[in-house]
Design a protein around this ligand. Structure first.
Ligand code: SF4
Length: 82
């Protein structure tokens, strides 16, 4: 990923609400390249990623909607999907 990717809006920002996460591990199982569970809480492997359906799918699977994926440039919510 380079500066141009962030400038043109193709970069996503991944976050996990640690207060909500119940450590189910669903996200890490669905998208191990994007999430890992450390001491009972999921953590994104990287805060900024290139668009990847696997990350969206994992966020959609989270039972407590602890994961948010937004566009890095505008903050528009990509997942969880309504
Ligand atoms: S699926 Fe949701 S609750 Fe489960 S570990 Fe991931 S972020 Fe936490």
């Amino acid at each position: 990923m380079d500066a141009d990717d962030q400038a043109d809006g193709r970069t996503w920002r991944v976050s996990v609400d640690a207060g909500r996460c119940v450590g189910s591990g669903v996200c890490a199982a669905a998208a191990p390249g994007h999430f890992r569970v450390v001491q009972g809480t999921s953590r994104p492997r990287a805060a900024l990623i290139e668009p990847d359906e696997a990350a969206v799918g994992a966020a959609d699977l989270c039972p407590v909607e602890a994961i948010a994926i937004r566009t890095a440039s505008s903050g528009d919510l990509i997942s969880p999907r309504a």
